[in-house]
Design a binder for this molecule. Structure first.
Ligand SMILES: [Fe+2]
Ligand SMILES: [Fe+2]
Length: 155
């Protein structure tokens, strides 16, 4: 029987992995909001805030420093970029909050699991020390986003 040992996340990628944790928490908050019948418009405001404070900078860092470690035509990179475009569209689609939020909580989770289970492992396998050092340098000064003013999930 083949045993899959979990691959240890390289420390240069740990800050991005920590942000993934906040992304999963976002999905949990939206599900909680739906369960409590919070107005979709109110949750969408949080989604817009979360997009500009967490998601957009995170996507930019991945696209600028991480993805170029693999070939741009690599199927995993094509998939990741396609998912970024799709998620961005959903986060910015404030005209249909209910639909966007349902898709977001599902698709953001799926994107994060894809990166954690597949893409990041592949990237850390081929990255040079220099590339990893560069990523580490950029993330040594990551700041935590401020708390959101309307925590509807806690009501
Ligand atoms: Fe991503
Ligand atoms: Fe990510």
């Amino acid at each position: 029987m083949e045993v899959h040992k979990p691959i240890k996340r390289h420390k240069a990628l740990q800050p991005l992995s920590r942000q993934h944790h906040f992304g999963l928490l976002f999905g949990w908050k939206i599900r909680k909001g739906f369960a409590k019948n919070i107005a979709p418009e109110r949750m969408m405001k949080y989604a817009s805030w979360f997009y500009s404070h967490e998601i957009e900078p995170h996507f930019n860092d991945e696209e600028k420093y991480l993805f170029p470690i693999l070939d741009p035509s690599h199927e995993l990179i094509e998939r990741a970029l396609k998912e970024h475009r799709r998620l961005k569209r959903l986060f910015l689609d404030t005209a249909h909050p209910e639909k966007s939020l349902h898709r977001l909580e599902e698709e953001l989770d799926a994107h994060i699991r894809f990166e954690e289970r597949i893409l990041f492992n592949e990237i850390q396998k081929v990255a040079t020390q220099e590339q990893l050092d560069k990523i580490e340098e950029i993330h040594s000064d990551i700041e935590k986003a401020p708390d959101y003013e309307d925590p509807f999930w806690d009501e």
